[in-house]
Design a binder for this molecule. Structure first.
Ligand SMILES: Nc1ncnc2c1ncn2[C@@H]1O[C@H](COP(=O)(O)OP(=O)(O)OP(=O)(O)O)[C@@H](O)[C@H]1O
Ligand SMILES: [Mg+2]
Length: 306
C-alpha cells in the first residue's frame, strides 16, 4: 500500500483541504483510499462530518491504547474510509514520550491492512512525534505550500527532518513533490518563489536525498471559495461542487500524483548525505530582497505557524 503524508509545519497552507480532496479525487480514479487524521485539531474529521465517531475510537486510541485499526476506521463511501481524530490526540505527544519505538506505532498498525490501495495522512502544523509517525509510515511526502516568500522559511527544517527519518527509520521515503495551494495566477512574487524552489530541487537531482526526484507539481490549486465552503457541509469538493475549479484542480493533481506513485525511484548514488540544508539560507539570500522589493514579503493571515 502506498502511503502519502501531507506535511508542512506551517499552519493554514492547505494540508487538510489537500488531504480530503486529493483522497476523494483518487477514490474517483477507483483507488481504495484510507484518510488518516493525525492532527489533534481534527480538521479532516470535522471536514467529513465525523466528529462524534472519533470519540473513543480514533487515532489517539490507536497510537496510545493499541486499539486495532479495524475498530477505529469508518467507511464513508465505497472507496473512502477514515481514521478520525479529535483534541485528545494532543495528549499523545506527551504520553508517548517514554514509549520505546513511539515513531513507528502507526507504521506497524498500517502493516496489518490489506484493504486499501493508498493511505493519505493529514499532519498537524508541527514536527513532533505525530508527524514523525507519519514520516515513518509514509512511502511519499506531499508538501502543500502557499507561494509566498515566508512560506518557504520552514522548508529547510522540514527537509532536514525528512532526511533524518529516511536515514534512520524509513529508507524508502521519497518527497513526491510540492503543490502550490491558494494560488493566484499573475502575481510576480508567486512566480519568483516557484522559480527559486524549482532551481533548488533541480540542484538536488542526482544526489542521494529523499527529494532528489521531487516535483513542483504542474497543477496549481487555485484559490476557490467552494473549497473553503465544503467543510461546513461535511463534504469533499466532489460531493459539494463537482463542477468548480477546485474539483478540477484536485482531479488534475491526483493524475500527477498517480504518475509519481507508479514511477520507479531512481537509485540513490552512494555519496554521503549532505549535512546541511541550504534551502532557508539560499532563499533568504536571494528571494528575500526580491520579495521585499515587490512589497509582498508578508505571509498572509493563514493560521498559526509552527
Ligand atoms: N484553494 C483554496 N481556496 C480557498 N480556500 C482554501 C483553499 N485551500 C484551503 N483553503 C482554506 O484555507 C484555510 C486553511 O486551509 P487548511 O485547513 O487546508 O490548511 P492546513 O494547512 O490544514 O491548516 P492547519 O495547519 O491549521 O492544519 C481553510 O479555511 C480552508 O478552507
Ligand atoms: Mg489542517
Amino acid at each position: 500500500m502506498d502511503c502519502v503524508a501531507v506535511i508542512n509545519q506551517k499552519g493554514g497552507v492547505g494540508k487538510t483541504t489537500t488531504t480530503v480532496n486529493i483522497g476523494a479525487a483518487l477514490a474517483q480514479h477507483g483507488k481504495r483510499v484510507l484518510l488518516i487524521d493525525l492532527d489533534p485539531q481534527g480538521h479532516l474529521t470535522t471536514h467529513l462530518g465525523l466528529d462524534t465517531l472519533a470519540q473513543g475510537r480514533g487515532t489517539y486510541e490507536v497510537l496510545t491504547k493499541d486499539l486495532p485499526l479495524s475498530e477505529a476506521i469508518h467507511a464513508i463511501s465505497p472507496n473512502i474510509s477514515v481514521l478520525p481524530a479529535q483534541i485528545d490526540l494532543a495528549a499523545a505527544e506527551v504520553e508517548l514520550v517514554s514509549v520505546v519505538g513511539r515513531e513507528v506505532i502507526l507504521r506497524d498498525h498500517l502493516a496489518s491492512l490489506s484493504d486499501y490501495d493508498l493511505a493519505v495522512i493529514d499532519c498537524p502544523p508541527s514536527l513532533g512525534v505525530l508527524t514523525l509517525n507519519a514520516l515513518a509510515a509514509a512511502s511519499h511526502v506531499l508538501i502543500p505550500l502557499q507561494p509566498h516568500f515566508l512560506a518557504l522559511q520552514g522548508v529547510g527544517k522540514l527537509f532536514e527532518t525528512i532526511r533524518l527519518v529516511a536515514g534512520r527509520i524509513n529508507p524508502g521515503l521519497r518527497v513526491a513533490g510540492m503543490v502550490m495551494c491558494m494560488y493566484e495566477a499573475g502575481t510576480r512574487l508567486a512566480g519568483e518563489v516557484i522559480d527559486d524552489l524549482q532551481a533548488y530541487i533541480e540542484g538536488s537531482r542526482g544526489g542521494s536525498t529523499p527529494w532528489r526526484d521531487a516535483l513542483i507539481f504542474q497543477t496549481r490549486i487555485r484559490r476557490n471559495v467552494k473549497l473553503a465552503e465544503c467543510p461546513s457541509y461535511g463534504k469533499s469538493i466532489f460531493d459539494y461542487a463537482p463542477n468548480c475549479h477546485g474539483a478540477a484542480d484536485y482531479l488534475q493533481l491526483a493524475d500527477e500524483l498517480i504518475s509519481v506513485l507508479s514511477s520507479v525511484p531512481r537509485t540513490a548514488p552512494t555519496t554521503p548525505l549532505p549535512t546541511s540544508m541550504p534551502v532557508v539560507d539560499r532563499t533568504s539570500q536571494t528571494s528575500a530582497p526580491r520579495a521585499a522589493a515587490a512589497g509582498k514579503g508578508k505571509q498572509p493571515a493563514a493560521g498559526p505557524s509552527a
